[in-house]
Design a protein around this ligand. Structure first.
Ligand SMILES: Cc1cc2nc3c(=O)[nH]c(=O)nc-3n(C[C@H](O)[C@H](O)[C@H](O)COP(=O)(O)OP(=O)(O)OC[C@H]3O[C@@H](n4cnc5c(N)ncnc54)[C@H](O)[C@@H]3O)c2cc1C
Length: 421
């Protein structure tokens, strides 16, 4: 049971999910005894999102198993959890301690604070096209979205997934596992184009097609057709109609910058933060999917990372910053990592491949077990490992240690990669 000093307003964390909860936990781990209020718009205590597009859809996991903490944790740790309330108003005080202020929720609750953290995440990008308000057109970000999609997929005959990124392909794999006929429609000329090399995109196109998913590249959606208010098909710009009784739109997310903008904080495709998670007002921190931040590997330019690892690392750093521990370890420069499990195709990524000028393929894509190691100016910068966890771990370790794996030896599957680190 945490001892909390009640004579202060303490920290207000807006957004009760991966980053927000981690920030609260880290404050307590760092010995903070001031009150902590964690407020979130969703009606549930914080839970893990990744399963929502994977085993939750196929009913191999139930929602109860996704909670990060037992309900008793919050009271024991002295964290006041306010669920189901959106913060609509937010202002820093013009007088009083720097960084203090008050937030107002849509239920009229006032939440005064001495310190403020924004962990508000991102929302799905919406398609505005003829028919886009028909019933059965789904997006996927939270439990309510996933529960709706799951019950529709359980009754569906055919589904169309708009967007061939991670979420779309994970949903396509889950829908196939449920026996649904699935078409993925992607506007670009390859799958997961922003994240992986063309060779990996092509592997995934073929692998999903082998599993019965139809993949249509360079295909633009012009609208949705329906009957009685329910979607019945997706119209492509070449006139083709793809039948669908459920549609999942997975075309990226938009960071939730509305509160930061209201406060006059700098935003540029996300809330701009520095390596210590300080916003343009250094008394206010932000972490997770809502932020754009210095590139963790080159330090040049900014990136917005949407991953569990990034949300956790930034939240840990933001907590240390709020407590004035600038000397603590800087988790945000850690090697980024990510996973996307699309049925039995387990993709693991470490590092950032952006700007790579060479790559080495290790193993044979035809075996559905291979890795691609990316190099920039002769230095290892990232790996995509498909069903190869040992390769992934070896590269993650090499990048963390700042050591290299020589490109001319990396492709030799006779040598375990970890022996080359
Ligand atoms: C379906 C799905 C699958 C994923 N799979 C993977 C994966 O396999 N691997 C991986 O690394 N990452 C995955 N991710 C990404 C990962 O879940 C996110 O990077 C992570 O959740 C980011 O955490 P966050 O706390 O920054 O933001 P979020 O999880 O988006 O949380 C932000 C919270 O803030 C709340 N909020 C926003 N504005 C307000 C307000 N004004 N007042 C109150 N509350 C507010 C929102 O309701 C939300 O609950 C997946 C994401 C999704 C949606």
């Amino acid at each position: 049971m945490a001892v909390v000093s009640e004579d202060r307003n303490g920290t207000l964390i807006i957004g009760a999910s991966q980053a927000g909860l981690q920030l609260a936990v880290s404050l307590r781990q760092l010995g903070d005894t001031a009150p902590i209020t964690l407020v979130g718009e969703e009606p549930h205590p914080p839970y893990q999102r990744p399963a929502l597009s994977k085993e939750f859809l196929t009913a191999r996991t139930e929602f109860g198993a996704l909670a990060f903490r037992d309900p008793s944790y919050y009271a024991d740790a002295g964290i006041r959890l306010v669920c189901g309330e959106r913060v609509g108003e937010l202002a820093l005080a013009s007088s009083g301690p720097p960084g203090s202020g008050v937030a107002g929720t849509t239920y009229g609750r006032e939440l005064p604070f001495d310190r403020l953290a924004l962990t508000v995440g991102a929302a799905p990008r919406r398609l505005i096209l003829p028919g886009s308000d028909l019933d059965g057109i789904c997006y996927l970000r939270d439990h309510a979205d996933a529960a709706g999609l799951r019950s529709r997929l359980a009754r569906a005959v055919s589904a169309v997934v708009v967007g061939g990124g991670f979420i779309g392909l994970e949903v396509a794999a889950a829908a196939r596992a449920l026996g649904v006929s699935v078409t993925v429609v992607e506007a670009a000329d390859r799958l997961m184009g922003r994240a992986v090399a063309p060779l990996v995109s092509e592997f995934y196109r073929q692998a999903h097609q082998r599993r019965g998913v139809e993949v249509r590249l360079r295909a633009a959606v012009s609208g949705f057709e329906g009957e009685g208010g329910r979607v019945t098909g997706v119209r492509l710009s070449d006139g083709m109609l793809l039948p669908a009784d459920v549609v999942l739109v997975g075309v990226g997310v938009i960071p939730r910058t509305e509160l930061a903008e209201q406060m006059g904080l700098e935003c540029d495709g996300g809330i701009v933060v520095d390596a210590r998670c300080r916003t343009s007002d250094p008394t206010v921190v932000a972490a997770g999917d809502c932020t754009v931040r210095p590139h963790p590997m080159t330090g040049e330019g900014r990136v917005r990372l949407e991953s569990v690892q990034n949300a956790v690392a930034q939240a840990q750093t933001a907590a240390a910053t709020l407590l004035g521990r600038a000397d603590s370890e800087d988790g945000t420069s850690a090697v980024p990592w990510f996973w996307s499990f699309q049925g039995d195709l387990r993709l693991q990524i470490a590092g950032l491949a952006a700007g790579y000028d060479a790559y080495v393929v290790r193993g044979n894509p035809d075996d559905e077990r291979f890795s691609v190691l990316y190099y920039r100016r002769d230095r290892l910068v990232a790996i995509d490992a498909v069903n190869c966890p040992a390769d992934y771990m070896a590269v993650r370790k090499a990048l963390a240690l700042g050591t290299d794996i020589a490109a001319h030896r990396a492709g030799d599957t006779g040598i375990p990669l970890k022996a080359l680190v």
